[in-house]
Ligand binder design. Sequence first.
Ligand SMILES: [Zn+2]
Length: 569
Amino acid sequence: MKLHRRCAVLAGFCVALAVSQAADTILVGGKIVTLDAQERVAEALAIRDGRIVAVGSSAEVLKLAGDRTEVIKLDGKTVLPGFVESHVHAIGAARASVTETYAELSSIAEIQDWIRRRAKDVRAGQWIEVPRNEITRLKERRHPTPTELDAATTDHPVLYTSAMKHALNSAGFRALGIVDADSKLADGEIVRDEQGRPALIRGGNQSLRKLMPRPTVTREQTMTALGKLLRRYNEVGITTIFERATDRDGVAMYRELREQDKLTVRMRGTFRFSARTAEGVEKYVKALGFKPGEGDDWVRAVSMKTTLDGGIHWGTTRLSEPYGERRTRFYRLTDPNYRGELYDTPEELKTVFATVNHLGWPMSIHVTGDGGTEAVLDVIAAVAATDPSIKRRRFNLLHSYFPTPAIARRAKELGVGVDTQGYLYYRDAEAMAEVYGKRWAERFIGLGEWARAGVPVAVNSDHMIGLDPDHAMNSFNPALMLWIAVARQSDRGHVYGAAQKLSRLDALRAVTLWPAWLSFDEDKLGSLEPGKLADLVVIDRDYLACPVKELREIKVLRTMVGGKTVFLR
Ligand SMILES: [Zn+2]
């Protein structure tokens, strides 16, 4: 048997639970990256009743083999802990997949091509809506003009939405009754170009929805699509997901899949509310009907969610400085002194945090900007002054795109974790450099900043639309996330802020152990150790030794959840 050098050194070690019965499954002759405290790499691993019972050398682990043990020969392949994808909107993506086709588009020419293709399948006069692709990710960094959309079709009204503004072609404006300089929109504002012609619409959502009603999708259709999507997650090695804005029925869907034996990923639920008062929060939590952490290893309720600011794609992220001239022009705002949104006052936020904490729940806070993040940390510190239990509750920041050393240090002191999106660095870093400036691009998705301060930082997708692991909004391929975390290259190959790169092991922790910490699962998930759930992936190359550029090409050969193979290439 060919032993890897590091394995050979460790060939003598074997960590096992006291097991009297034979293992169900044994994986032997591989390079098992355990991610245990000693960062050990083992050759073999044994599984019984869905849990890992031994990790060590092939010879020692094979002692646990019995007549009915399935022995999987790894032939030197690498095994990693199953990926814990801590931010998706899987139900929403599944529902959308029933009626919409998603395409990732990177320029106005690609948008035009997509419209032209679509126009062949859609009856003249019917609306064509361009799939969600933000202007930060278009080469031109702006909305298409009506003339550019007309070049794709004049037979159909066309809608393209980004940065909370709608671009339309001439037929689209006509359909909305916008035909001359005096035209008005009841629920929106018409943004005109220098010649006074309508260019964009700010608002107007109700008028648009009336013209293009959303198709209805049944719960049954959604469930079927969800089952399929979970299989796609398995294909890229995802074994646990966090539904980051769900409700009682969302949990019920996963429980039903589990009962039908169709659940192939574990689910952790986060529940979004908009309450601003103690009574409002208490009422919401009571109606939800779950106790903190209620559920089992498959489906569990983990945190509450509130939304504090907007986003970098919309021009609403709460910054520590005024937007200034460049950002104002890019987002088509009007006031350069604008700093972004804060949907709660500090007093409201303090009440919400104190109440959620008192009820025993962690809080996940949507906060993208640094100004917003500072506001959150101020409020957690204020609550901690009278109730230090909040520091053990694992409150977490969703997104928090622009950390500084001071922000990361305070997060650590307050026991706060982070959930952020590596793919956004890849797709949006160039826009950040152009529109926000290089200094901001260097801080953008500052994984190194969080890791250096000892803050558990979970890297995930925020997957919402599309089924292609590499080209969805947003990509949910963990191999791509690992490469981005290690290489920190934008889609144009630039590295902004080399100090934000993670080591390979830390990048791996960011998609396994650190997200597991966010759901209090670090004793069950995220590493390959005896006693933990047998969630793992076998991959096609050596994660620790392959060239960096190959990390993004890693293919999953086998995915196991609870010791059961849910994907085999
Ligand atoms: Zn999200």
